[in-house]
Design a protein around this ligand. Structure first.
Ligand SMILES: Nc1nc2c(c(=O)[nH]1)N[C@H]1C(S)=C(S)[C@@H](COP(=O)(O)O)O[C@H]1N2
Ligand SMILES: [Mo]
Length: 410
């Protein structure tokens, strides 16, 4: 045997235990940071902190491969030791597969630019699926293995002793039944608490059209008149969008009526505009088909968007030569983003959209009016867009300020 391998295997039992502990803590950190990143609630609360948590998750995730590799060097011996313990062998396989799957899909999500949107999508689905299957498994595994469940002698609550001191082997063993009961209770508890989100996740990642319909049905905006789709939108020339939008927001979802909605173009322009809904939807429109990519990995393909090209709005207002930045404001009062004047002029498909696949964009997805920048990641696509300001200086948008790359080209 090679020396280094011999050295690694020295003190094998102790090493295995500490590997297990290390791995346990890594999984705890990844689970907590991962769940925070997943839950929409934290997007607004954490702000910049979310970017730190994301980095912590990535760094610890990459580091998580170290104990796995170390274990693999000890695995042959461990495997032999587990002969005749099929459940423990099964557990080793499950845990290793989970860790490997999380690692590979995680690295792909981290390198989203290198792997491109298609593979990021696959990676995100895998990463999520492993979480919903793996996390309950690991929680169950750790809970049922804590000492006082495993070794009855260590439990603080002891099973009552037989009064006569005679041990009847045929009697049902109270200790064992209690243990089984506790396991069952933990299992049921987990199923009840995590089950619904699992099923919801399954539903949202399998059924495609249903969710969008739900969002449209639950549109909280009341804009009249409802815009009538152009011929190209209905039926949509893109053939209908494919994929799921995840509803992202850093604020509670704002809702609009004709009374509290207007659309402003101002700043360094020859003629500032302030449209109400009726005059806004009367502007000449266009229809375009494009994909929508979020940097966290998901995409929606072949969206048929209908709205007003940004260039046409700018031309109407007349941009002054000093203007260098186009600043977009959301009606949520918090979110902003920008394009440079150059980018805005270079891209013909930047659209101030209000219809998607021939239907009004629902409130959850940024309606009544949402910016669409197909050639850039979707954090540029400001939801509830209600103001465009032309400015001379620069401005760091919401996610730019919190660490997202300023350059959002896909
Ligand atoms: N006002 C506002 N616009 C926003 C966001 C947001 O949180 N608030 N999130 C951005 C991000 S990161 C993405 S991926 C898309 C998501 O759009 P959707 O919620 O319609 O799927 O909106 C973008 N525009
Ligand atoms: Mo995003």
């Amino acid at each position: 045997m090679k020396d280094w391998l011999f050295n690694i295997r020295k003190g094998y039992g102790r090493k295995l235990t500490s590997l297990h502990t290390w791995n346990g803590w890594i999984v705890v950190i990844l689970a907590l940071t991962g769940l925070i990143l997943l839950a929409g609630f934290w997007r607004g609360v954490l702000g910049e902190g979310r970017v730190w948590i994301k980095w912590l998750h990535i760094v610890v995730g990459i580091a998580s491969i170290v104990p796995v590799i170390y274990y693999l060097l000890l695995a042959a011996k461990h495997w032999k030791q587990l002969a005749g313990k099929p459940w423990q062998r099964f557990n080793v396989i499950v845990v290793l597969s989970l860790l490997a799957g999380w690692f590979v899909s995680g690295v792909m999500l981290w390198l989203y630019r290198t792997v491109g949107p298609t593979w990021s999508n696959v990676a995100l689905v895998v990463h999520d699926a492993l979480t919903w299957v793996g996390l309950p498994y690991i929680i169950y595994h750790s809970l049922t293995r804590v000492k006082w469940l495993k070794e009855p002698s260590r439990r603080t609550i002891q099973a009552p002793k037989e009064p006569d001191g005679i041990h009847d082997a045929a009697k049902p063993q109270p200790v064992y039944t209690r243990r089984a009961f506790l396991r069952l209770a933990i299992g049921t508890g987990l199923a009840v608490t995590l089950g619904p989100s699992f099923i919801k996740w399954l539903g949202s990642s399998v059924g495609t059209s249903r969710n969008l319909e739900d969002l449209i049905e639950n549109d909280k905006n009341h804009m009249v008149p409802a815009p009538q789709p152009m011929v190209a939108s209905s039926p949509p020339i893109g053939g209908g969008s494919r994929g799921q939008f995840r509803v992202y927001t850093v604020t509670p979802i704002p809702t609009f009526t004709n009374a509290n909605w207007s659309f402003t173009i101002d700043g360094l322009v020859d003629k500032a505009f302030n449209y109400d809904w009726e005059s806004f939807v009367a502007l000449p429109r266009k229809v375009q088909v494009s994909d929508f990519h979020c940097i966290t990995g998901w995409s929606v393909y072949d969206n048929t968007w209908e709205g007003i090209p940004l260039k046409e709005l700018l031309a109407q207002a007349g941009v002054k030569p000093q203007a260098r930045t186009v600043k977009f404001y959301s009606g949520d009062g918090v979110y902003t983003d920008t394009l440079t004047m150059e980018q805005a002029m270079q891209m013909d498909d930047v659209m101030v959209a209000f219809m998607h696949d021939g239907k009004p964009i629902p409130s959850d997805l940024g309606g009544p009016v949402k910016l669409i920048v197909p050639k850039m990641y979707a954090y540029k696509s400001v939801k509830w867009l209600n103001r465009i300001e032309l400015i001379e200086g620069e401005h760091a948008g919401y996610w730019i300020e919190r660490g997202y790359p300023k350059d959002a080209w896909i």
